[in-house]
Design a binder for this molecule. Structure first.
Ligand SMILES: [Zn+2]
Length: 329
């Protein structure tokens, strides 16, 4: 039940079980997204302590004053940040790999039915991400975290991406709520291991092309990535959260702690309609904590947050997080 603590706090009055149905991250089906989106809008339409005047574009000087006083900053990031590094979001029309969309591949059922195909897909994504680099938004967050830590202040990133670009930019405190492409989990013993090998195993070398006419490699399970713990040799899977799976309860507990203590929240490159991350910023705003949204477009929740900066976050975030004149270290 620990995993659902966050949902008990929701203002919607939904039961835990109903919220569980709504849980699911960026790979959720379109109909579910749509349903969640409507729920979110109607929920935010109710008068509440977080109601704010709509501000399509905010005053950066005003944001900078709030930023200069913040001691614990939470930054919730989404696919928009990765997209600016050229990492595909695997959504919409561009979301196909061969004939399938993410929601047909990123499920436990797909994996156990055809682990070779699902591993080809993840091998492709791992290799693609390895050719990409952190962008100015990733770097601004990492530099800001390092600077603030010298001043006894903190910045934590709650990432919905699985590409590790925040860590590669130098961010130290990252909570990867959807897991990582570069961690594996043994389906037999549960062991989670960091794995940056390229290719991850010999049999996948040269496989995983997204070409819709490509044939499955049909790699025998014993040649797919296997657990290296002595005596185990279980099949490994990517340590990412798939459709129909709940988020890691230990990570959600850490997320909740950060949301409870933060005095400034940034929402960067995320649509604010995917649960449970969509609940995080409204939860913080309900405590009266300022929320600043950095996004390419307004979202259903925009009008309820104190600040909104429209544009590429690689452009808007660096000036927002640069050293303030009041910072002496
Ligand atoms: Zn194992």
């Amino acid at each position: 039940m620990e995993a659902f603590t966050l949902f008990h706090r929701s203002r919607s009055g939904r039961t835990c079980g109903e919220m569980t149905m709504m849980v699911l991250r960026r790979f959720m089906s379109g109909s579910l997204i749509s349903r969640c989106g409507r729920g979110m809008r109607s929920e935010l339409a109710q008068p509440g302590p977080y109601m704010k005047t709509a501000r399509p574009q905010s005053d950066m000087a005003e944001f900078r004053k709030v930023f200069s006083k913040a001691k614990h900053i939470v930054v919730i990031t989404g696919a928009g940040v990765s997209a600016e590094s050229g990492v595909p979001t695997f959504r919409g029309a561009a979301g196909y790999w061969r004939k399938w969309q993410a929601q047909n591949l990123a499920t436990p059922e797909a994996f156990f039915r055809n682990p070779s195909r699902v591993w080809e897909y993840y091998h492709y994504r791992r290799e693609l991400v390895l050719t990409k680099s952190p962008n100015a938004a990733h770097v601004a967050l990492a530099e800001c975290e390092a600077r603030l830590s010298r001043q006894g202040r903190s910045l934590v990133v709650i990432s919905q991406s699985v590409d590790e670009l925040h860590s590669r930019a130098g961010s130290q405190h990252v909570l990867e709520i959807h897991g990582s492409l570069f961690k594996t989990r043994c389906v037999r013993c549960g062991d989670v291991v960091v794995n940056h090998r390229s290719p991850i195993c010999a049999a996948l070398e040269g496989k995983g092309t997204p070409d819709p006419n490509a044939d499955d490699a049909n790699i025998p399970a014993e040649l797919l990535p296997r657990c290296e713990k002595s005596t185990c040799n279980g099949l490994l899977r990517p340590n990412v959260v798939w459709f129909g799976e709940t988020l890691n309860s230990d990570i959600l507990t850490q997320v909740e702690k950060e949301l409870d203590i933060c005095d400034l929240c940034l929402l960067v490159g995320t649509s604010s309609i995917v649960y449970p991350a969509a609940m995080f910023a409204p939860q913080v705003a309900a405590r009266g904590v300022p929320v600043a949204e950095f996004n390419l477009r307004t979202t259903p929740a925009t009008s309820h947050f104190k600040f909104h900066f429209l544009g590429h976050c690689g452009t808007t975030l660096p000036p927002a997080l640069q050293r303030h004149e009041s910072e002496v270290i």
